[in-house]
Design a protein around this ligand. Structure first.
Ligand SMILES: [Zn+2]
Ligand SMILES: [Zn+2]
Length: 148
């Protein structure tokens, strides 16, 4: 891709690469505050949006609504508890070998993919089972709502 990044965008991308983990906009903002060229939170988000549009950065949302950013070249997927928000990185990409055929691509240029798994962690399952027995009836369905 021949997209030329501005120095601020390079700076953000570098910070994400160096971090080795996903960062929120706030994290990035804090991370750059110590640097020679700090940038305001709104600027951070504006550049992140642009980096997303160019397929350089991807974002995933935690059940809390918090958005986490990572460079797209890092092929990572997570398992997240819809209750407590605890999240684990998968050791492998389950869809690495998966490719769309030309018909499915409809002329799109593929850049990256995302895939997230949501569930209930062992702790939350235990807690829910406990509260069910306390109430003496099934407490109805948990309604996971990964807000966007
Ligand atoms: Zn949990
Ligand atoms: Zn993957």
């Amino acid at each position: 891709m021949a997209t030329t990044l501005s120095s601020r965008q390079e700076q953000l991308l570098e910070a994400l690469r160096r971090a080795g983990r996903e960062l929120s906009g706030q994290d990035l903002h804090a991370c750059l505050r110590a640097s020679a060229t700090p940038m305001g939170l709104a600027t951070v988000y504006r550049h992140l949006r642009q980096l997303q549009q160019w397929g350089r950065v991807r974002c995933r949302h935690l059940p809390s609504g918090e958005a986490l950013f990572a460079p797209t070249e890092r092929d990572e997927h997570h398992l997240t508890c819809v209750d407590c928000g605890q999240t684990h990185r998968l050791d492998r990409c389950p869809v690495h070998a998966l490719e769309l055929n030309d018909e499915e691509l409809r002329g799109y240029l593929p850049l990256f993919h995302t895939l997230e798994f949501y569930g209930l962690c062992p702790d939350c399952q235990r807690r829910q089972r406990r509260s069910e027995t306390e109430v003496g009836e099934v407490a109805g369905q948990a309604t996971p709502s990964p807000s966007v």
